[in-house]
Each structure stands twice: as C-alpha cells, then as structure tokens.
Write a protein that binds this ligand. Structure first.
Ligand SMILES: *[C@@H]1O[C@H](CO)[C@@H](O)[C@H](O)[C@H]1NC(C)=O
Ligand SMILES: *[C@@H]1O[C@H](CO)[C@@H](O)[C@H](O)[C@H]1NC(C)=O
Ligand SMILES: *[C@@H]1O[C@H](CO)[C@@H](O)[C@H](O)[C@H]1NC(C)=O
Ligand SMILES: *[C@@H]1O[C@H](CO)[C@@H](O)[C@H](O)[C@H]1NC(C)=O
Ligand SMILES: *[C@@H]1O[C@H](CO)[C@@H](O)[C@H](O)[C@H]1NC(C)=O
Ligand SMILES: *[C@@H]1O[C@H](CO)[C@@H](O)[C@H](O)[C@H]1NC(C)=O
Ligand SMILES: *[C@@H]1O[C@H](CO)[C@@H](O)[C@H](O)[C@H]1NC(C)=O
Ligand SMILES: *[C@@H]1O[C@H](CO)[C@@H](O)[C@H](O)[C@H]1NC(C)=O
Length: 598
C-alpha cells in the first residue's frame, strides 16, 4: 500500500528520521517497544543519560551564522549532541549526591477549585512578530493566532465557542476528575506535502539557476533553509513543560486520589520522537524531576498496522487516501488562488529569474510560521498583510475541515477509538469489542489502561483532536459547513487555530454539583467551554456547558454503536474528487448508496 502523504496536517511518517538527526541517546528508545516504563529505567535514562553533556555551551547565534553560510536549501545541520564526547566523566558528575535540603511537599495547588477565576494563557513568549505588521495594525493584530494548526495555543476569548462561562466550576460544583487530551508542541515541518511546503520551496530556489531577489525579498539571496523535520522545537518543548505546570497548578489536588488508592497515574503517548518528548516535558512540568515513581508513561507504537487510538490513521487506509478521507488539497488550492493573487503580483517583481507561483507564496507564509516557532523570528512574516494572514489561517481551516474533521468522510471513524476509551473510563467498564483502532492488548489490561482513576493524560496529534471532536458530534463547530473555498464565512465556528494549535488541550472535566445527584461532565478546549447541545439528550443552552454524565454516556454509546469503522476505513466507497459530494458529520457515503454509485 502506498504511503499517501497528508496535506499539511500532522503527518506521521515512518522511517524518515535520517541518521544523525535524532540524538543517539533518544534513538535507543524510539525504536524500543513500548511498554510501561516504571519511570526509573526509561525516563531517567532520558533525564540523565546526557546530563554530563549539559555544560557544553551552545551558542545559538553561532549556529545561525554557520547555517547562513550556504545557499537556500542548505542541508547544514549541527547534530547536537556529539556522538561520543570526550569529557564524559560519570564519576565526577553523579546524579545522586544527596544533601537535598528540606523536602516537605505541602498541599497540592487547586486553582480550578479555589481561585476566583482562571488564568489566561497568551501563548508565545520568546517569539518575535514582524514590526511592520505591528505598526500597520497598531498592535491590535496578533499574527500568532492566525496560523491555523501552526499557532501556539492560547486561551480563546470567553464565549468563543458559544458558552459564556470560564473553565472554573459553576457555584455549587466541584471538580472530581479530569481527562486531558493534548497535542504535542511546536515542531519542525512534517515530511513532504501534496501542496506547497517549506522544504519544497527551498528545493525550488535551489533548483533554478541565476535568480536574484531585491526589495522585500532581498534577504532570499542569503537565506538558507535551517529547519529540521518532525521533532519538537525548543519553543515546543517549553509549551509542553508549561502545559504540565499549568495543569498541576489547576488540578494538582486530583493526585490525592492516587495517594488514597496507593496507585500511580498512567499517562499515554506514542513512539514518535516529538510525541515522546512532548509527554516527557509535560510530565517534567507536572511532576518535576525526578519522574521516577511519580507516574507511569505508556509509549504506544505509532506505525503502520498498529492499532492505536492516538494514531488512528495507521490502521485506516481510507483516511490517508486523497480521493477519500483526506480530500482537502483542491479546496486549499482554490482558496490560495484567490487570496494570494495580490501578494503574488506584489512579490513577483522583486525576484528576477524565477516565476513565482501561488504555491511558492503559500510556502513563504508557511515558512513564516515554521521559522518563527523554530528559531524565534522569520523574515517571511514581513511580506504579508493582515488580510493575507487571515487568508492563510482560513486555508488551514479548509485543510483540516476536509482532511480531519466534519468534512472528511473518515474523521468520525478515526475519532471513535478514543471515544470508546473515554466511554470505558467514564463507566469504569472495559471495552467489549475491539472493532476500530482500539488495541485490546493494551486496553484490556488494567495496568496499561486503568479504569477508575481521577486523572488521565493522553498526548496526540492535531488531526486526532479534530477526529475526536467530530466523533463526539460537537456540531456547533460544523455550523458553517461545508466550508466554501471562495470566501471566508463570517464569524466561522471552525477555526484550526482555536481547535488544534500547537499544544492544544482538551479537558473533559468531571464535576459533582450540590443541586443534583448526577455527576456532570463538560468539555473545555483551550480554556473555552464547548456547548454540548448537539450531544443527544444533553440540556440545550446550559449556561456552563454541563451535561449529566449518564446522559453523555448514553449519547456517545449510541454514536459508538452506529459508527462503522470497518466500512469507513477499509470499505471501497468512493467520493467524486473535489466538489461532487460533501459530508458535515465526518461520515462516508452509506454502504448501499455507495455500491449503487460505483
Ligand atoms: C514601527 O514604528 C516605529 C515607531 O513609530 C518606528 O520606529 C519603526 O521604524 C517602525 N517599524 C517598521 C518596520 O515600520
Ligand atoms: C515536495 O517535495 C517532495 C520531495 O522532493 C516531493 O515528493 C513532493 O511532490 C513535493 N511537493 C510539491 C507540492 O511539490
Ligand atoms: C497493540 O499495541 C502494542 C504496543 O503498542 C503493539 O505491540 C501491538 O502490536 C498492538 N496490537 C495491534 C493489533 O496492533
Ligand atoms: C485491531 O483492530 C482490528 C480492526 O478493528 C481488530 O479487528 C483487531 O481485533 C484489533 N486488535 C487488537 C489486538 O485489538
Ligand atoms: C478516585 O477517583 C475515582 C474516579 O473519579 C473515583 O471513582 C474513586 O472513588 C476515587 N477514589 C478515592 C479513594 O477517592
Ligand atoms: C460541497 O461544498 C462545497 C463548498 O461549499 C461546494 O462548493 C460544493 O458545491 C458542495 N457540493 C455539494 C454536492 O453540495
Ligand atoms: C449530532 O448533531 C446533530 C445536529 O446537532 C443532531 O441532529 C444529531 O442527532 C446528533 N447525532 C448524534 C448521534 O448525537
Ligand atoms: C463495535 O462494537 C461496539 C461494541 O463495543 C458495537 O456497539 C458496535 O456496533 C460495533 N460496530 C460495528 C460496526 O460492528
């Protein structure tokens, strides 16, 4: 089966980590089979194996200077850490020196329970935005919030999703549990794409002889491509560490439950380098070092053919097929042809000897986002106007709508595995039949998939978060669908920057309220409370987004029983390419209808 590339989403490519990119100390465990790292071995290996290298100074400015020496598309890499450093003396740098000073732990923080309101996250410390744009918009336009899934996560405006409430519990309610589903932090670009792509742009500049840029594009004459592939950037690392700190500050009190039951939490992530790094950075923020005996990290295999609810595309071939589940490219291309015309006209005269295409200009916008989250700033950001950034943002909405959400015929099926796990956790009942992306070996074992815990943390991809929103039938986000490729709908409900930015985080908050014996649940996405009106039976217009757990459970049980994973993922249904057919609930054509169509 051909490995069909994703559009611009979170592609998970295999076997593409070139030697040298992943530091040696990490390579050892990316290949390793999962399993429960009783944090001692695996995690402390991560924490301490290279600690003796920690004092080697690495000057960022020198690295950049070195990288700038080549031409565009330079393959210069720095391969830190060195493979066999000569100054490693374990006996001089032990990690167990004792003399720790007093260590009483005090009470756990409980911001979500005790504070009068809830802290806001603004998202992008250490990153620079373009001065000219700041001037032009009088500082009112925040470019970082208009990069779709490439935006660093931020607290959405109160009421952004239609519920005018904050994440703090309503009066008379207290939080009893949390199921957190989060994305990895900022990363380098993923593989090659079916449209545009930063590395492709660099290759294109390299492939044409004798071009010369001037004016705003003059920097291209000396520009080199400096980005890695797939792995977390330093800023992305910080995002996950911060998310861990922030969750501990809000929900630390939930750990009491584990002390009382004499168990440890089990957090889940996948084998991909950035997924594991994200989870470990989250854990460091949440628990602090040493991670030993504070929690257990399950690392599931993310590779073709392995059942994995947090990487469902690996067992869903239709979901990776451009004629089926992943159908966004024509929509994005059409929209690009519209919103980037003026930019193309403006930029073309500033480069001689190279015919710019819309796709190149689109790549330049991608480069702005990717360079900024990787190296802190980007000259490409200065090239575009506010409207062009709004256009870019929308192109990513189109991309994710048609590839991974309500407009993709495989989205619901791909999200259903996590929903089944959520159902199992909410009802404290193991999954009865493995007929989707669930993995019985892991999910039927209480060690790897414990039930009855007060805190769950799972790391995944932007695409999967959107699959889950779709599977849960949160159709308030689908209000403007199918999304048009010729204009931006006003006040649209579906924004990738709100739903699936870097380090996006979805809290399933469990509450107990004085006024009712029924436990309550609500969904908080990037601090915005999500209306549950479209979850069958949940109260309409509930002012805090609450739904009784039994009602919610009944609704998603019904969704699970009606979701035909095998048909969606493996069936031979067809949709005419491009515009012939639409779904707004993330489902393929019905079994029999499709047979008639073929
Ligand atoms: C932005 O405005 C400041 C203050 O007016 C000015 O000094 C600066 O040159 C402007 N920067 C750009 C890039 O236009
Ligand atoms: C980008 O480059 C890759 C690798 O060279 C290639 O396979 C792919 O088709 C290119 N994509 C586009 C849109 O040009
Ligand atoms: C279930 O997951 C484990 C660990 O990731 C893996 O070894 C196993 O092959 C998976 N099972 C299937 C059927 O994919
Ligand atoms: C893996 O998924 C397939 C398809 O849903 C299922 O038939 C199989 O039983 C699953 N394997 C495990 C170990 O869960
Ligand atoms: C721990 O949390 C679970 C899930 O919320 C709950 O069922 C259980 O009663 C709690 N245990 C204790 C000892 O508080
Ligand atoms: C699907 O939606 C797109 C975008 O609105 C539209 O152009 C197309 O006509 C729709 N197709 C059908 C069959 O409704
Ligand atoms: C999904 O949402 C739609 C629109 O809100 C509603 O009509 C439908 O009944 C819901 N489906 C399920 C299975 O909850
Ligand atoms: C998959 O199993 C669930 C029970 O866990 C059942 O409700 C559902 O109907 C099954 N799906 C299919 C397509 O057989």
């Amino acid at each position: 089966m051909a490995d069909v590339q994703k559009g611009f989403g979170d592609v998970e490519r295999q076997g593409h980590i070139s030697p040298g990119r992943a530091p040696a100390s990490r390579r050892t465990y990316t290949i390793r089979h999962i399993v429960l790292a009783y944090c001692a071995g695996l995690i402390s290996a991560f924490l301490y194996s290279s600690s003796s290298n920690a004092y080697i100074p690495v000057r960022e400015d020198l690295k950049l200077e070195a990288a700038a020496a080549g031409r565009a598309g330079s393959t210069e890499v720095h391969n830190y850490p060195p493979a066999s450093p000569t100054n490693v003396f374990p006996s001089l740098f032990p990690s167990d020196v004792g003399y720790a000073g007093p260590t009483p732990t005090g009470a756990e923080p409980a911001l979500v329970a005790t504070a009068p309101s809830y802290p806001i996250h603004t998202g992008a410390p250490h990153l620079l935005s373009p001065e000219a744009l700041k001037n032009e918009t009088k500082g009112k336009f925040d470019i970082f919030r208009h990069w779709g899934n490439l935006s660093p996560w931020f607290t959405v405006d109160r009421g952004a999703f239609g519920v005018d409430a904050g994440p703090e519990p309503p009066a008379g309610c207290r939080v009893t549990g949390l199921h957190l589903l989060h994305r990895h932090g900022a990363r380098y670009p993923t593989g090659s794409s079916s449209y545009a792509g930063p590395a492709n742009f660099s290759a294109r500049l390299n492939g044409v002889e004798g071009w010369r840029a001037r004016g705003q594009l003059e920097f291209l004459n000396d520009w080199t491509y400096k980005l890695g592939e797939e792995i977390l950037t330093p800023f992305g690392r910080q995002q996950l560490f911060d998310l861990g700190v922030s969750m501990r500050m809000k929900y630390g009190f939930l750990l009491k439950n584990f002390t009382e039951t004499n168990t440890l939490p089990v957090f889940r992530t996948e084998s991909q380098d950035r997924m594991l790094s994200s989870a470990l950075n989250f854990a460091l923020g949440f628990f602090g070092p040493s991670l030993d005996r504070q929690y257990q990290q399950l690392i599931t295999i993310e590779a073709h053919g392995f059942n994995n609810t947090l990487a469902p595309s690996k067992t869903c071939p239709n979901g990776r097929d451009h004629t089926k589940g992943e159908r966004a490219t024509p929509f994005v291309r059409e929209w690009g042809d519209i919103y980037l015309q003026a930019a193309l006209k403006r930029l073309q005269p500033q480069i001689g000897g190279l015919d710019l295409r819309i796709e190149d200009v689109y790549s330049m916008q991608q480069l702005c986002a990717y360079e900024t989250v990787a190296i802190g700033y980007s000259k490409f950001c200065e090239l575009f106007t506010e409207d062009e950034w709004l256009g870019f943002d929308y192109s990513l909405d189109l991309n994710f709508w048609y590839n991974s959400a309500f407009g993709s015929p495989t989205a619901r099926a791909m999200g259903i595995g996590y929903v089944q796990e959520l159902l199992a956790r909410l009802t404290h009942t193991p999954i009865s039949v493995h007929n989707s992306s669930t993995n019985g070996t892991l999910d039927d074992d209480p060690a790897t998939f414990p039930l009855g815990q007060s805190l769950y943390v799972d790391a995944t991809h932007d695409t999967v978060v959107l699959n889950v929103l779709t599977a849960l039938n949160l159709s308030n986000f689908a209000a403007d669908g199918p999304l048009p490729s010729d204009h931006i709908p006003k006040d649209r409900a579906f924004k990738a920057s709100h739903l699936a930015p870097f380090a996006t985080n979805m809290q399933f908050q469990l509450l107990s309220c004085d006024y009712t014996p029924e436990p309550q649940i609500r969904i908080i996405l990037n601090d915005g409370v999500v209306p549950l009106d479209s979850v069958r039976g949940c109260p309409a217009d509930e002012p805090h987004g609450l739904c009784p757990v039994p009602t919610f459970v009944e609704a998603i049980r019904a969704i699970v029983s009606k979701t035909d994973w095998a048909w969606a993922c493996l069936g031979d249904w067809e949709v005419p390419e491009g515009h012939g057919w639409n779904t707004t609930i993330g489902e393929p054509p019905l079994r029999r209808v499709s047979t008639a169509m073929i």
